[in-house]
Design a protein around this ligand. Structure first.
Ligand code: 3VV
Length: 219
C-alpha cells in the first residue's frame, strides 16, 4: 500500500517513517511559557540600548538558564500528536523553525483548520523586519510555505515542497495583525497543488502557490 492509496484526511503515522512523536498533552506548560519568554528575549536583545553592565548581567543570566536546561535534548524532527474530536490522530510540528510549538526561533504561528483549509492570525514583531517597519519577504515566503505544506498535510497528504511561488502585492507591516490562509486546490498522482494568502486589514499583501509532492510510503 502506498501513501496515495490511503483515504484523504487520515495522516500517515510519522512513527512509520522513523520519526518520534510527542502527545500534545505531554508538553509541559512551563516549556510553552519559556518559548514565549525567549521570543520576548530575542526581541529585547535585537533592540536593546542597555549599557554594558546590564548587558553583562543579562548575559550571565542567559548562560545560567542555558546550562540549566541543556541536560537532555529532544530528537530533531520530533512531531506533536493531537487528537481530533472524532478520536483520530493528527500530527503537527514541534521543533519546526516556522511554526514549532517548542521552537522560540519560530514566530508564534498557530495554523488551525478553517473552512476548506488552514487559517492563522499572527502579529510579527521587529525580529522579523526586512525593510524598515515591514516584514522580511523571506519570512513571508516561509510562513506561506508552512501554511501551504500544512494545508496539504491537514488534508491527509503530507509531503515536501517541490515548488513555491510568491507574489508580494503590498508591503506587509510589522506589529499589525495578519491573517494567513491556505488550502489544497488540486491533486494529480503524488502532486498536491496548494494556494494561500497573507492579508492585513482584509487586503492581500502576499499570495503564494506551491506544488507539494506527497511522501512516497511504497518503498
Ligand atoms: C511522514 C509522515 C509525517 C506526517 C506528519 C506531518 C506533519 C507535518 C505537519 C505540518 C506540515 C509541515 C509543513 C512543512 C512545510 C515546509 C515544507 C518544506 O520546507 S519541505 C523542504 C524543501 N523542499 C525540499 O527539500 C524538497 C527537495 N526535493 C525533493 O526531495 C524531491 O525533488 C521531491 C520529493 C520534491 C520529488 O522527488 P520524488 O523523486 O519523490 O518525485 P518525482 O518523481 O521527482 O516527482 C513527483 C511528481 O512531481 C513532479 N515534480 C517534482 N518536482 C517538481 C518541480 N520542482 N516542479 C514541477 N513538478 C515537479 C514530477 O514531475 C512528478 O510529476 P508526475 O507525477 O510525473 O506528473
Amino acid at each position: 500500500m502506498t501513501v496515495h492509496d490511503q483515504p484523504v484526511a487520515e495522516t500517515p503515522d510519522p512513527r512509520e517513517f522513523g520519526l518520534s512523536v510527542l502527545p500534545e498533552h505531554e508538553i509541559p506548560s512551563e516549556l510553552t511559557a519559556l518559548v514565549a519568554d525567549v521570543r520576548a528575549l530575542v526581541d529585547a536583545v535585537a533592540h536593546t540600548e542597555a549599557g554594558p553592565e546590564d548587558l553583562a548581567e543579562a548575559r550571565a543570566s542567559v548562560a545560567a538558564a542555558t546550562e540549566r536546561i541543556s541536560g537532555t535534548r529532544r530528537e530533531t524532527g520530533a512531531l506533536m500528536e493531537q487528537t481530533r474530536p472524532d478520536g483520530t490522530a493528527e500530527y503537527g510540528t514541534l521543533t519546526n523553525v516556522v511554526s514549532g510549538v517548542t521552537n522560540p526561533a519560530s514566530p508564534p504561528l498557530q495554523l488551525e483548520r478553517s473552512g476548506d483549509g488552514l487559517r492563522a492570525e499572527i502579529t510579527l514583531n521587529g525580529v522579523y523586519q526586512g525593510p524598515p517597519g515591514l516584514v522580511h519577504g523571506g519570512w513571508i515566503a516561509a510562513i506561506l510555505d508552512q501554511a501551504l505544506g500544512g494545508a496539504a498535510s491537514a488534508a491527509g497528504m503530507p509531503g515536501m515542497t517541490a515548488n513555491l511561488d510568491v507574489n508580494y502585492r503590498s508591503p506587509t507591516p510589522l506589529h499589525a495583525p495578519l491573517e494567513v490562509t491556505a488550502r489544497v486546490t488540486g491533486t494529480e498522482r503524488r502532486k498536491v497543488f496548494v494556494s494561500g494568502e497573507v492579508r492585513h486589514n482584509g487586503t492581500v499583501t502576499a499570495e503564494g502557490t506551491a506544488l507539494m509532492v506527497r511522501f512516497d510510503a511504497s518503498g
